[in-house]
Design a protein around this ligand. Structure first.
Ligand code: HEM
Length: 415
């Protein structure tokens, strides 16, 4: 493989690799930290990625990128300021803690527990909706509506507005794809418009929740707002937008990739049907084997970093290939084997370090319930297309559609 300027980025983002990027990653791991003159530093091995995710010298704030090295001007913040995903400590920690207060331990330890029944009900209703058909597109009929409904309920977005959120979230996640062939100006224009519309919508919703609080997260974040310790208005806006977008495409792809992997491994599907405890390690293995977030292409050193014999200069763009680290034989024995009972499975599917996924407990629960119920209720399901057609996005990777056929539905015994 040649490593000339831009060629690694082109190979990684090349749609030809989308259905199976793993042979390319194996090739890339021969050079743990690879670089061409002006392009990003590409990190593809487990320990190097893990080390950098825990290194306080590596910034998530795009404003620290050297403007000569940044491929496109950074104007992401029009309409909304950067969310804590794109901030460094201490601001990152302050906002993450404020957002965490209404979401989980130690302040709200029962939030997820109390949602379990509702999640199971939403899944049951979606599967009931397959009645009378013998084939479905899993993405449209299940994987997409499920987490979108959940994140909207969690935040307190009225049901009738959910469709508008799908559109905004879709536009914003497409903007995360570092596709060198995309029309950058056009993408910035549509992303800017989506951010402005979303910000306007969320502003109104925040005002409503201030007047009439509910038991949702947005109401709790609004109530915690104050000049000293709470979030200011703009911080509330960007946090709400982050939760909405982060809770969208990612879980959709985990469920879809999960069902695809199960249908390619029918013995595991049978085992899951017989033993629903298997679902816990199985979802962890999916997050290792075929993770929805393939890479983090937005990091930069605050000062020079020496790693794997390479010096990464201050301000250079760094891409961390999480999905490649997950298949690193130096970390995981027999890494290309899907082993739902794998031990010592500290995968990078949710990242690691200070930015590690905030929504991981929710995403895990959603995927566990979804896959258990699909395995239990679909009678003799089979793939109608393998490999399925994938979305363009190389960062948030997953099938655009997953057409399935089945021979009937088992009754829902969970409700
Ligand atoms: C399978 C589903 C999901 C996957 C694979 C996933 C993956 C990730 C990854 C890899 C990161 C690290 C980003 C970085 O280091 O720059 C992250 C951060 C984050 N995720 Fe998730 N995520 C998922 C679901 C969710 C859900 C459901 C939510 C919201 C409820 C969420 C909220 C967040 C937030 C707020 C951050 C930023 C954390 C921070 O910067 O401190 N995620 N996620």
């Amino acid at each position: 493989m040649t490593q000339t300027q831009g060629s690694l980025v082109r190979q990684i983002t090349d749609y030809a690799h989308r259905a199976d990027p793993y042979p390319l990653y194996a090739e890339l791991r021969k050079t743990p930290v690879a670089h061409d003159e002006e392009g990003p530093y590409i990190v593809s091995t487990y320990w190097e990625i893990h080390g950098l995710l825990h290194d306080p010298r590596l910034s998530s704030d795009a404003r620290n990128l050297d403007p000569r090295a940044a491929p496109e001007p950074v104007d992401e913040d029009e309409g909304l300021p950067p969310s804590f995903l794109k901030l460094d400590p201490p601001e990152h920690d302050r906002l993450r803690q404020l957002a965490m207060a209404p979401f989980g331990p130690p302040h709200t330890p029962r939030r997820l527990h109390t949602m379990r029944g509702e999640l199971t009900r939403i899944v049951g209703e979606l599967i009931d909706g397959f009645e009378g058909r013998d084939r479905i597109d899993l993405v449209d009929h299940f994987s997409f509506p499920f987490p979108v409904t959940v994140i909207c309920r969690l935040l307190g977005v009225p049901r009738e507005d959910e469709a508008r959120f799908h559109t905004w979230a879709g536009t914003l996640t497409t903007g995360l794809d570092p596709d060198p062939d995309a029309d950058a100006a056009e993408r910035q224009r549509t992303a800017r418009q989506a951010r402005t519309e979303l910000a306007t919508y969320l502003s109104e919703l925040i005002e409503e929740r201030r007047r009439a609080p509910g038991d949702d997260m947005l109401s709790a974040m609004v109530a915690g707002q104050g000049p000293e310790e709470g979030m200011c208005r703009m911080e509330l806006l960007s946090t709400a937008a982050l939760l909405l977008v982060a809770g969208h495409e990612t879980t959709v792809n985990l469920i879809t990739n999960g069902m695809l992997t199960l249908l390619r491994n029918p013995d595991v599907l049978v085992r899951l049907r017989e033993d629903h405890h298997l679902v816990v390690p199985l979802v962890e293995e999916l997050l290792r084997f075929d993770p929805p977030v393939q890479m983090l292409p937005q990091r930069t050193p605050l000062s020079e970093i020496d790693i794997a014999g390479v010096t990464i200069p201050k301000g250079a763009p760094v891409w961390l290939l999480l999905a490649s680290g997950n298949r690193d034989p130096q970390r995981f024995p027999d890494p290309d084997r899907f082993d739902p009972q794998r031990k010592d499975n500290q995968h990078l599917g949710f990242g690691s370090g200070v930015h590690s996924c905030f929504g991981a407990p929710l995403a895990r629960l959603e995927a566990q319930i979804a896959l258990t119920e699909l395995a239990r209720r679909l009678v003799r399901p089979r793939l109608l297309e393998d490999p399925p057609a994938y979305r363009r996005n190389a960062v948030l990777r997953g099938p655009r559609q997953l057409p399935l056929a089945y021979e009937g539905l088992a009754p829902d015994g969970s409700r």
